[in-house]
Design a protein around this ligand. Structure first.
Ligand SMILES: Cc1cc2nc3c(=O)[nH]c(=O)nc-3n(C[C@H](O)[C@H](O)[C@H](O)COP(=O)(O)O)c2cc1C
Ligand code: SF4
Ligand code: SF4
Length: 277
């Protein structure tokens, strides 16, 4: 079987989950290619027998770059597919977003997997949450899920796999699904601060231009942000010169009001006793 895993990943958590799954597929004798969203074309999704789509969760949903990629795919005509994501404690509808968009293209989605991923969000109330995740147990679970996927598909079984998370097929409809529904990109641009450049630190290395998932940064001659920002803060957290900054005073409070650990325990995905910081 030809297997393609197309993933969006900024800090490597989702990519490493994809790699763990790919090991299982290759060990079972299947040709498996990992394709970063930066390089993926619609043809990558079409030209395979089994398609996996992975993403980090942003604002309790799938981020715009991966949604746009899926929306622009051609008809997938019953192609077997599965979805996977990494997130902190409030995944909301991230898996369902991927499933729904694949199903709209006619794909046959057989299951969804979610692992924790350390947060590299620069807001002080979030930074460093879920340290060292995904960990050995997360990777073991990813491999078990991949094993179930490959057995299911190789045996020609229909329907979904028992190892799937149920929220890959049906939104939980809780608080974080509501937060996801109001957190449109334009709303986020309104309530969250835009990264501001300190040109005295910038060496015009172009890293942020290549790394912005919205192609929203141009050098003129220093980086200038356009109007498509999704507030992923990758430019800020990854700039080698730390040339971007944000005043978090008010925004940190707004984020904390929605993503504090009490609410995430009640309405999110946090397990009792789970290590958060
Ligand atoms: C801008 C941003 C928004 C995020 N929003 C959420 C969220 O709403 N819920 C959640 O559970 N995790 C959230 N996270 C955490 C990421 O989903 C998590 O760290 C993920 O593993 C990152 O994956 P990557 O390393 O593949 O980029 C957010 C992270 C960032 C950077
Ligand atoms: S990554 Fe940093 S140093 Fe490089 S161009 Fe962007 S702002 Fe300047
Ligand atoms: S400009 Fe920066 S914060 Fe905005 S989408 Fe691009 S990388 Fe993310």
């Amino acid at each position: 079987m030809d297997i393609k895993l197309i993933y969006f990943s900024q800090t490597g958590n989702t990519r490493r989950i994809a790699e763990a799954m790919a090991e299982v597929f290759r060990a079972a004798g299947h040709t498996t290619r990992l394709v970063s969203l930066k390089k993926a074309t619609p043809q990558d999704a079409v030209a395979c027998d089994l398609l996996g789509i992975g993403t980090p969760c942003f604002s309790s949903q799938a981020p715009t770059p991966i949604k746009t990629f899926l929306q622009n795919l051609p008809i997938l005509d019953k192609k077997r597919a599965f979805v996977f994501a990494t997130s902190g404690g409030a995944p909301g509808r991230v898996l369902y977003d991927l499933t729904r968009l694949l199903q709209r293209k006619g794909a046959d989605v057989i299951g969804g997997f979610l692992a924790r991923g350390e947060l590299h969000h620069p807001a002080p109330c979030l930074h460093g949450r879920m340290p060292d995740r995904p960990d050995a147990e997360d990777f073991a679970q990813a491999r078990r899920f991949a094993t179930a996927v490959i057995e299911h598909v190789s045996a020609g079984r229909s329907g979904s796999i028992a190892e799937s998370r149920s929220d890959a097929f049906k939104p939980r409809g809780g608080f974080y699904d509501f937060v996801a529904s109001i957190s449109t990109d334009s709303f986020l641009r309104l309530v969250l601060p835009e990264p501001k450049l300190d040109p005295t630190r910038c060496t015009q290395c172009r890293w942020c231009v290549h790394e912005c998932p919205m192609h929203n940064i141009t050098l003129q001659p220093y980086p200038v942000l356009g109007d498509q920002c999704i507030r992923c803060y990758r430019c800020l957290t990854g700039c080698p010169q730390q040339a971007f900054e944000v005043n978090w005073r008010l925004a940190n409070l707004v984020i904390w009001a929605f993503y504090n650990t009490t609410l995430e325990r009640w309405f999110g995905d946090l397990k009792p006793g789970e290590r958060i910081y």
